[in-house]
Ligand binder design. Structure first.
Ligand code: NAD
Length: 340
């Protein structure tokens, strides 16, 4: 599959390969390196690289803490990594976020490589140079923009990805379809299982193009938040029982319904949201009685401006806008659509 280029504060390539380890070895050359990976992937990494080049960290969000981050910085120093060394993150979005942040800060910034192993990692987290960890006050509150030297995508990783993670990750691809690429929507309608590689490749191209235009999230990149305003609030309201992609699925349906009412998005396209997301077994509704908490969480969200809440709206496939909607109106739409 054709490599995709990103041009941000540096130029880098997203490579598609059937052997991530071969690709990685040729990229490393003679440089000193350390691989950061999560427990469940350790054995597959050990099969390709010597154990003493690997640092194993906790699964998922548990690894994205400041405490773990400082422990790992000490580990890098202990191993004698210098400014020419390479940090390699192999894992889901949590691992690549952490590996990237280590690389952004160690010795004021060294090179890193992302080897994403989840759908969310491939189509979203590993691309765009946002790195960081969580605080107890909230997710991703500490971080830095620091693009990788390369992103290596090998679909073979997906064989062990739990099905729920796979489907939730694909919510971001559905988003890429609606905001930018109608072909992705056709591929979903044709069946995501048989079109998975093409869906991922095209989604990567969408994200790469957006971050190339707006690396530091001034305006253009906000389009990637389609479905995320309510999605983030639902994720928190559910106490993270709903996966990010599941919450974004509900958020996208809500954004589509708002767009239909306020911006003239056709009913057919709203219905296409339901059809594709339900086809992935993703949720399209949420508790009606959570509204007061959801609106207060959205109010705290950084996308808020004044009294109204700011949304990315959809006018047609590939055509987006930004709208501000009063909370009373939002409540009305929520209760009539996704609220159950
Ligand atoms: N930097 C960005 O721009 C950006 C964008 C989106 C999301 N993110 C971050 O990415 C994270 C979400 O990514 P995620 O959904 O990949 O979550 P994750 O990294 O927590 O991985 C999800 C689960 O899947 C497991 N897993 C991953 N790959 C596997 C594989 N091949 N086989 C078996 N199990 C596997 C992980 O161990 C974990 O339990 C969040 O921390 C989020 O903040 C960052």
């Amino acid at each position: 599959m054709k490599a995709i280029e990103v041009s941000a504060e540096r130029k880098y390539q997203i490579t598609f390969t059937d052997s991530w380890s071969r690709e990685l070895k040729s990229l490393i050359g003679g440089r000193q390196f350390v691989i950061l990976t999560q427990t469940s992937l350790r054995d597959r990494v050990v099969a390709a690289f010597s154990e003493d080049s690997i640092v194993v960290t906790a699964e998922g969000e548990q690894q994205k803490t400041l405490a773990n981050f400082t422990t790992l910085l000490e580990e890098l120093a202990h191993r004698g990594l210098d400014r020419n060394s390479l940090i390699i993150g192999i894992g889901g979005g949590a691992t690549t976020d952490l590996a990237g942040f280590l690389a952004a800060t160690y010795m004021r910034g060294i090179d890193w490589v992302a080897v994403p192993t989840s759908i969310a990692g491939m189509v979203d987290a590993a691309i765009g140079g946002k790195t960081g960890v969580n605080l107890s006050s909230g997710k991703n509150l500490v971080g830095a923009f620091h693009s990788p030297a390369e992103v290596i995508i090998d679909f073979d990783w997906l064989k062990t990805l739990p099905n729920r993670e796979l489907r939730a990750g694909l919510a971001e691809s559905v988003k890429c379809g609606f905001i930018s690429d109608s072909r992705i929507l056709e591929l979903f309608q044709d069946g995501y299982e048989r079109n998975l590689a093409a869906i991922i490749h095209r989604s990567v191209a969408v994200k790469a193009s957006v971050v190339t235009k707006d690396f530091r999230e001034s305006f253009e990149r906000e389009v990637l938040n389609y479905g995320h305003t309510l999605g983030h609030a639902i994720e928190q309201d559910s106490n993270y029982q709903l996966a990010h992609g599941e919450a974004v699925s509900i958020g996208m349906v809500f954004a589509a319904e708002i767009s239909h009412i306020t911006s003239g998005l056709s009913r057919d396209l709203v219905d296409l949201h339901y059809a594709i997301l339900k086809g992935l077994d993703l949720p399209c509704s949420y508790k009606k009685d959570s509204w007061e908490n959801l609106i207060s969480l959205m109010g705290r969200d950084k996308k808020r401006r004044g009294q109204a809440i700011r949304f990315v709206s959809l006018l047609a496939v590939g055509k987006t806008d930004r709208i501000e909607v009063e909370s009373a109106k939002l409540k009305e739409i929520y209760e009539a659509t996704v609220g159950r």
